[in-house]
Design a protein around this ligand. Sequence first.
Ligand SMILES: *Cc1c(COP(=O)(O)O)cnc(C)c1O
Length: 417
Amino acid sequence: MSTAAAKKTLSNDAYDVEAIRADFPAMSLQVNGKPLVFLDSGASAQKPSVVLERMDRMYRSEYANVHRGAYRLSELATENYENARKTVAQFMNASVDEIVFTRSVTAAINLVAHSFGRAFLKAGDEVVISHMEHHANIVPWQLLRDIMGIVIKVAPIDDDGNFLIDEFKKLLGPKTKLVAITHCSNVLGTITPIKEITRIAHEAGAKVLIDGAQGIVHLGVDVRDVDCDFYGFTGHKLYGPTGIGVLYGKRDLLNALPPYEGGGDMIELVTFEKTTYREAPARFEAGTPPIVEAVGLAAAIDYVNSVGLDRIAKHETGLRDYAMKRLGEIDGLTIIGRPREKGPIVSFTLEGAHPHDIATIIDSKGVAVRAGHHCAQPLMERCNVAATARASFAMYNRIEDVDALVDALNTVKDIFG
Ligand SMILES: *Cc1c(COP(=O)(O)O)cnc(C)c1O
């Protein structure tokens, strides 16, 4: 792969954020007559040219349905699709047959809730989540509760947003069948100790699902090392396209689960009396999959690898520290979430201004942040706020973006006096 950023990083160990920005078309956008300052990558990240070009090339000259045609173009599409699975597997240190392509992490969690839930849970069994879960890791368990009478237990956090491991331990018992916890909070930035959580859950005989939507972007994951049973993430937050997500599951476990959706490609043999299902991952990929999206995701992972996840993380941590310091100096501003281990996500409130007003006013300066409950209403309640504004940082952000945010927030203060 030859991109400006990749070339730079080979010859120069200093993180060249300008070279990286040059790889992202959105970084040269103007909005409201101002250069875009994009601080909402936690909701969805911008895409590097290599992803857009790869998808365009596939649609133009390598496109057909997969796993079907006995002709060259379909073989090529199948190769590309299966190579994308390989890229994802290597990225997570999994095997290819442990990688299920889904629509998103939301779809991945719903898959586990339905397949694992219906096959292995019964009324009274317990699923442990945490107080800082995204709705995507709350509501599927509630749906299952309504269907089968499982019990949801919530592991608490402290006022700084730290995951309380000792309190978590107390919730586990013989009825605990699954622990489903986020790797990194999309609101507080809290990084949870997923390896320790997994070990403790396994000792109690429970399986573990990690919501990696934020975690994989900033920290990466080695699923062998963590030893979790499931790990889900979503492509569009990892600089890939929308419409593609991943569910990692341990091979034997995946093959022990019943299919979730039925359709083409997931079967071995169909008669009206009986149908037999293929092994994972095929059994969970009913119908035409997101072919080009998977290939786009693989291009995004190649790009991230070419820059280096460690170097990206170090850069993002620098931005977070600088943002915490500068925002902390603003009178009347409260940072929500000061956990010991924190990703590059900074939520805050400003006295006298609703988060939506903050976001609207600073948008006129070209600064894009998220405002609202961030799909985590129970967490908002825990933090005693109705909503927050949230700045989230990605590989293409720079120190000047934080300065622009602070300047724009001072305008908000002037308006609201
Ligand atoms: C964004 C996010 C999700 C949901 O991602 P989708 O792409 O909408 O499925 C789930 N969990 C966390 C922690 C997130 O940040």
